[in-house]
Write a protein that binds this ligand. Structure first.
Ligand SMILES: Cc1cc2nc3c(=O)[nH]c(=O)nc-3n(C[C@H](O)[C@H](O)[C@H](O)COP(=O)(O)O)c2cc1C
Length: 73
């Protein structure tokens, strides 16, 4: 186990690729933050003010549940 961790959230895979490169370059552990309820394409439609991501973004108290409650990080 490394002393450094790269934790990331990636809805469509772009950030995931960067996180993997970063972890490899720095010798860090890698951890993917995943939501309990995966985001659908419709959820991620930022042009829809009623989409899940728009609603969550506009709610400062929004804390989407994580899939993993016992992450060893
Ligand atoms: C719901 C949502 C909101 C976004 N808002 C912005 C934004 O405000 N500014 C921006 O430059 N890109 C925005 N993007 C584009 C993402 O930053 C871009 O698609 C990124 O590559 C996604 O990374 P990922 O594949 O790791 O999730 C948004 C994308 C989504 C799905």
């Amino acid at each position: 186990m490394s002393k450094t961790l790269v934790a990331f959230f990636s809805a469509s895979g772009v950030t995931k690729k960067v996180a993997e490169k970063l972890a490899a370059a720095t010798g860090s552990d890698l951890y993917e933050i995943q939501p309990a309820v995966p985001y659908t394409r419709a959820d991620l439609n930022w042009q829809d003010k009623q989409s899940r991501s728009s609603v969550e973004m506009n709610d400062p108290s929004s804390r989407p549940e994580l899939a993993d409650h016992a992450a060893n990080i």
